[in-house]
Design a protein around this ligand. Structure first.
Ligand code: CIR
Length: 255
């Protein structure tokens, strides 16, 4: 897996506590959100990346989840078309910020909708999940862009997960973390799989950043399995992020 040099994050707005969620874990504590986000940024710095932190945007409670409005490759950026109305406008600020890093852009256009959380890259191949946020037309547009640029892309229908990356992560070296509906899924049969149990499902959303895998705190079995596969881990408290349906991958764009 190639090295990441840059990461974009966005400071949590105080309106974060009013963002979208399907969880019944309660209202996030804003002070804790800020502390957890800060720890996340520090962990990324430990991984050796340059972190660009965009200012908070009160107008968009969910805008801390910067993974959703864009899909990045080494060569170009795709500005997504987020499928939730209250989040769609987040793509403007992300598009502006990415102009500092990219000069080749594509856009997912209506009636196509797509959230970056539904897109997983595994080396030269991308997986695109059809979800509540990503429709067939959005997935089709992204597949066409990726194939034109020399990547491979598979589209798959999600059954239960919120986003594709809610239940899957690629660590490099053919190692794939899978949970829930992705365990035994025919699309992923060729990978060395690290299978996450039902109780630990939340920890399937982790991220490999250079020499480390960032994982949510409180999942000793997941930590053990990832370390046995040969990776160093950094644990992060995600309690307040999880309350708004967020995971580790959602909080950054890595490239
Ligand atoms: C939302 O519903 O859009 C946010 N509360 C959570 C987004 C999480 N993003 C992700 O999984 N990529």
């Amino acid at each position: 897996m190639s090295q990441f040099q840059n990461v974009i994050v966005k400071a949590p707005a105080t309106s974060y506590v009013n963002g979208l969620t399907t969880s019944d874990l309660g209202t996030p504590d804003y002070e804790k959100v800020v502390a957890q986000h800060h720890a996340y940024v520090e962990a990324l710095k430990t991984c050796g990346v340059e972190v660009t932190e965009l200012p908070a945007d009160e107008q968009y409670p969910d805008s801390v989840f910067v993974e959703d409005p864009a899909v990045l490759t080494k060569e170009f950026a795709v500005i997504a078309n987020p499928g939730a109305d209250s989040r769609n406008g987040e793509k403007e600020a992300i598009g502006e910020a990415l102009k500092n890093f990219y000069n080749k852009f594509y856009h997912i256009e209506a009636p196509g909708y797509l959230d970056g959380g539904d897109v997983l890259q595994a080396d030269n191949r991308f997986y695109i999940g059809l979800s509540e946020r990503t429709n067939e037309e959005g997935a089709r547009q992204l597949k066409e862009i990726l194939e034109k640029e020399g990547y491979e892309a598979d589209i798959l229908q999600l059954k239960e997960f919120f986003h594709l990356k809610t239940g899957i992560a690629y660590l490099g070296n053919n190692h794939l973390i899978v949970a829930g509906e992705f365990v035994g899924h025919p699309a992923f049969g060729d990978y060395n799989q690290i299978v996450i149990s039902k109780e630990d499902e939340y920890s399937a959303n982790c991220i490999r950043v250079n020499d480390y895998v960032l994982i949510p705190a409180g999942y000793p079995e997941t930590k053990r399995k990832i370390e046995e596969a040969g990776y160093q881990t950094i644990e992060l408290d995600m309690s307040e992020i999880r309350k708004q349906d967020g995971g580790l991958s959602c909080l950054s764009l890595r490239f």
